[in-house]
Every structure is written in structure tokens, then in C-alpha cells.
Design a protein around this ligand. Structure first.
Ligand code: ATP
Length: 269
């Protein structure tokens, strides 16, 4: 009946070079996921267990999904992406079965990454939802079962993402489960300049558009907002003249004047 239609194997194409900044995140992910999956014998030799799971946390639009995908591309790993809320809504009444299917599929596709976006929706702190028998509770138990390896998790690493690490059930983050926490923060000025250069390189841009100046003026923007700014500026140019050939700095000026940041202080670490 409800088959694997929702659990798709993806072949991401995002490269490390498509991501501006985030150097520490890139390195930490390679250490915790790529090395163990590519060199399991070295971990065995050293007598240490490779991490089973990593949690990327931080404000929205700051490249958590992008880095998980780039990790898969660059390390040659299969990628199975699951959005928490979608799993709950599409598998009503059988969400824990969906979790089982996700891991079954991942083992079959190993070496692989299972990416759980918005993991907080799947694993909110127990008790927060009632008597311990809610869907969320059953999904969490299934997640723990998979991680604890009643069936061993060979060559499968979980990468989870959230904007709300504080609401995740602590049981999920215990040692030997998803026990590596990596903060992915907003891009700093050099990172924003990189994101702008990557984005502007794909667009028709006038000579007066200055990526370095725009990077200075976009403090507090997420990566997603920097990209959106470029899109909006181009729309602005087209609104001026439907036959506009390129976007100019004045179009950016107008968009920046009405920008309201989404990232608030409490989202930052
Ligand atoms: P959310 O928490 O909202 O799911 P996220 O942290 O997973 O967000 P992504 O989905 O990775 O964010 O990023 C959204 C979009 O923003 C990307 O598709 C990309 O266009 C842009 N973006 C964000 N950060 C960067 C970056 N460092 N370099 C290049 N593009 C970026």
C-alpha cells in the first residue's frame, strides 16, 4: 500500500565550492562523516566508533541543507532526504513505519547519508505532547531503535538539521546517537562576498555592482537572504524596464532599503 514513494534517493550536485564561507562546518562534517565512511578500517584500528549522527543547528537559510548535500556529493555518498513535517503528514498513522523504511533504504544504498531536515518536528521532547503514546513519541522511539542499531547501522550516517535544538528530546542527542552538534551560523562579511560573487556570476550584472560593498551592507542577512536580494534586485530592474539588460547598483539600493532581517538575536548561538 503506502510504498517508498516519499523516500527518494537523491544524487545531489552541490559542491563545496558552491557554498560561501562555512569553512569550519565543512571541515567538521568531513571529519565526522566522510572520513569514517570512507576509512572504516582506520577507525577500527584506532579502536574508536565513528559518529552515528551529526546535528546541524542554527538560524534559517544559513546553508545547513546545502552543506549536507555538498558532503554527499564530495564524499560520493548516497543521499536520502526526509523533511520531518512531511514525513508526519504523509504517513499519518504510520510515521514510525516510514522511519523504518528510511533506514532500510539507507542501508541498501550505503554508504549513505540520511538527512533529516526539521528534526525537531520528529523528536520533540517527550511528555510535551501528552501520555507517551503520541505519533511523535512512537517516531522518536523508532529513531532511537534505528540509531541504537538493533540492526547495525553500517556505513549510514544521520545528518539532522534544526533551527530549534532546544526542543529536541535529549535522548536523541545522547552519546553514540546524534552526538555531534555543529552550529551553522549566518555568513560573515567574507562569506557574504563569496555568496554574492557566486550568485552574481550567474546573472546579467552592470559594472557598477560591487559585491564587496554589498557584502558590507548585508550584515545580519542569511545566505538565503543574500541570494534573494540578488533576485529581487533583478526583478526591480525588470520592473523599471521590461527590456532591462542587466541589474544595476541602484536596484540593490532600493531592495536593501526595505530589507527586514528574519534572523533575530535569540536564533544565534
Ligand atoms: P532552513 O533552516 O530554512 O532549512 P538551511 O540552513 O537548511 O535553512 P539552505 O536550504 O541550505 O539553508 O539554504 C537556502 C538557500 O540559501 C540555498 O539554496 C542557497 O541558495 C542559499 N545559501 C545559504 N547559505 C549559502 C552559502 N553559504 N553559500 C551559498 N548559498 C547559500
Amino acid at each position: 500500500p503506502s510504498t517508498m514513494r516519499e523516500v527518494a534517493l537523491e544524487i545531489p550536485t552541490v559542491r563545496w565550492s558552491d557554498i560561501g564561507g562555512q569553512h569550519a562546518t565543512k571541515l567538521l562534517l568531513r571529519e565526522s562523516v566522510e572520513w569514517p565512511l570512507r576509512h572504516p578500517e582506520a577507525f577500527e584500528r584506532m579502536g574508536i566508533r565513528p559518529p552515528k549522527g551529526v546535528l546541524l543547528y542554527g538560524p534559517p537559510g544559513c546553508s545547513k541543507t546545502l552543506t549536507a548535500k555538498a558532503l554527499a556529493t564530495e564524499a560520493g555518498l548516497n543521499f536520502i532526504a526526509v523533511r520531518g513535517p512531511e514525513l508526519l503528514s504523509k504517513w499519518v498513522g504510520e510515521s514510525e513505519k516510514a522511519v523504518r523504511e528510511v533506514f532500510r533504504k539507507a542501508r541498501a544504498a550505503a554508504p549513505a547519508i540520511v538527512f533529516f531536515d526539521e528534526i525537531d518536528s520528529l523528536a520533540p521532547a517527550r511528555g510535551s505532547s501528552g501520555d507517551g503514546t503520541s505519533v511523535a513519541d512512537r517516531v522518536l522511539s523508532q529513531l532511537l531503535t534505528e540509531l541504537d542499531g538493533i540492526e547495525p547501522l553500517v556505513s549510514v550516517t544521520v545528518v539532522a538539521a534544526t533551527n530549534r535544538p532546544d526542543v529536541i528530546d535529549p535522548a536523541l542527542l545522547r552519546p553514540d546517537r546524534i552526538d555531534r552538534l555543529i552550529y551553522v551560523g549566518p555568513p560573515d562579511e567574507p562569506a557574504r562576498a563569496e555568496i554574492l560573487r557566486l550568485q552574481l556570476a550567474r546573472m546579467a550584472v552592470a559594472a557598477d555592482v560591487d559585491a564587496a560593498a554589498l557584502a558590507r551592507r548585508t550584515d545580519g542577512h542569511s545566505g538565503a537572504e543574500v541570494v534573494a536580494l540578488c533576485q529581487e534586485a533583478a526583478m526591480e530592474a525588470l520592473a523599471d524596464h521590461p527590456d532591462a539588460q542587466h541589474v544595476e547598483m541602484r536596484h540593490f539600493d532600493r531592495c536593501l532599503a526595505r530589507f527586514r532581517p528574519r534572523i533575530t538575536a535569540e536564533m544565534l548561538q
